[in-house]
Design a protein around this ligand. Structure first.
Ligand SMILES: *[C@@H]1O[C@H](CO)[C@@H](O)[C@H](O)[C@H]1NC(C)=O
Length: 212
């Protein structure tokens, strides 16, 4: 059944995106690296809603099967009262690679063997353009240079406006081949799982708000 599922999935995708019209990317161009993980998905919710969901780190445990928590901290790693993402602030990211089977909520047990905690720094919020954001690994770039970009943009199809969510992280540096070997495939699955879950989260919140 694998091949017919593939056809169905891809047919649906093409039908939605109409005759191969791949919506243009709102991610900034970056030079290629050793490898990258990426995801893009169309979401039937207003751009501001998707953006707010993406930047609402305290709610990540309620929906994100990849990034189980993302906490804005000071330089000693102590959580700040104000969790607003701002350029130059540190974040502690607890991620599960490959991701948990979705859907998840705040009480979904983690898998310690697949869990890692990384300290990153927020490098962009609404820069260089609106609705673009990024955070970056806190290692020396020659060791591991990995900046995760995320962006949302509006796409009009059949006179309906959708939100395109995109995320991409390009890996460079001495450690990049080792990272690719150990978690490359799982990380790609994780990016896709987060995109699917973000779509579900944003679309369900729109339903809640409109009382459907
Ligand atoms: C990401 O990886 C894919 C597949 O290897 C490649 O085609 C693409 O150019 C890469 N993108 C970037 C920005 O490095």
């Amino acid at each position: 059944m694998r091949s017919s599922n593939w056809v169905l999935t891809h047919f649906a995708l093409f039908a939605t995106l109409a005759a191969g019209q791949d919506p243009p990317s709102h991610l900034p161009p970056v030079p290629p690296g050793i490898f990258n993980a990426s995801a893009r998905i169309l979401i039937n919710a207003p751009i501001q809603k998707v953006w707010d969901t993406l930047l609402d780190f305290p709610s990540y445990p309620e929906w994100n099967p990849f990034v189980r928590s993302q906490v804005v901290v000071d330089d000693l790693g102590i959580p700040l009262n104000d969790q607003t993402p701002q350029e130059g602030r540190f974040i502690l990211i607890k991620s599960v690679i490959p991701p948990l089977e979705g859907p998840v909520d705040a009480s979904t047990p983690s898998d310690p063997e697949r869990t890692q905690i990384t300290k990153e720094i927020i490098t962009h919020v609404n820069t260089p353009e609106q609705f673009q954001t990024a955070w970056k690994n806190d290692s020396p770039p020659e060791v591991l240079d990995a900046e995760r970009w995320s962006a949302v943009s509006e796409v009009v199809l059949d006179s309906r406006t959708y939100t395109l969510y995109e995320s991409r992280e390009v890996f460079r540096g001495e450690m990049a081949p080792i990272v690719e070997e150990s978690v490359g495939e799982g990380l790609q699955k994780a990016f896709e799982a987060q995109a699917t879950a973000l779509k579900a989260r944003a679309e369900s919140q729109i339903c809640l708000e409109s009382g459907v």
